[in-house]
Ligand binder design. Sequence first.
Ligand SMILES: *[C@@H]1O[C@H](CO)[C@@H](O)[C@H](O)[C@H]1NC(C)=O
Ligand SMILES: *[C@@H]1O[C@H](CO)[C@@H](O)[C@H](O)[C@H]1NC(C)=O
Length: 258
Amino acid sequence: MALFLCFLFSLIFSATACNRCVHHAKVAYTQQSALSNGACGYGSLALGFNGGYLAAAVSSIYKGGAGCGACFQIRCKDPTLCTKRGTKVIVTDLNQNNQTDFVLSSSALMAMANKGKGQDVSELGVVHVEYKRVPCQYRNQNLALRVEEMSQKPYYLAVKFLYQGGQTEIVGVDVAQVGSPNWSSMRRNYGAVWGTNQVPTGPLQFRMMVTSGYDGKTIWAQHVLPDDWKNGLIYDSGVQITDIAQEGCSLCDVSSWK
Ligand SMILES: *[C@@H]1O[C@H](CO)[C@@H](O)[C@H](O)[C@H]1NC(C)=O
Ligand SMILES: *[C@@H]1O[C@H](CO)[C@@H](O)[C@H](O)[C@H]1NC(C)=O
């Protein structure tokens, strides 16, 4: 019986196994600077992300900050106005207005449009779209950690995750001295920022629990911060995340939008 249930379960799972669920939604747009000062806490760094194609996402996508840095491909439904490829955006902010699912930077909105139709698309105000999550790609760029200004050595350490590749969410972070098994767990402070007041001494290693496949896995960055880590500096983690988390849905798209 258990075996049968197990078989049935895997059958159901494989039927809904999807890493490209297609969703229907509405988007609006705003000036880029509004999004770079967004809830994720990326600040002006966000202007350099993804060519400035940024988005604020509603709370179901923002997920209390776990959705920060996630990438989405969005295209409008009117083929006379928009390309099939649409635009790719990265989430940098929470959209608190529930009239639309995303608010895009104006450049990202323009990038959805067919040649010469940018004005028409922006005049719509609210644009009907379909979207799907896609992996974030950073060429020659590892996952990086920025030590935040609120850190106070040796009492408090806060780090912000930058350039997170793949299609996952960081759901847990631990920090320890390099070579030590004594891990301190960090908590999401806000957006992409994690902190702890159990700050180990010496050079620091990190491990990140990420969603991957149907459940999760641990990514280990063996040597990230030097002994003399400093607020405001960005440190290369030496690793990158390329995993893809699956979701269940009925409208699964296996093609790539081109
Ligand atoms: C949208 O937000 C407003 C005010 O915050 C609320 O009154 C309304 O019920 C919300 N609508 C939906 C569909 O959630
Ligand atoms: C483990 O690390 C924490 C935080 O640095 C420290 O307070 C604690 O004393 C350490 N425990 C051991 C057994 O070393």
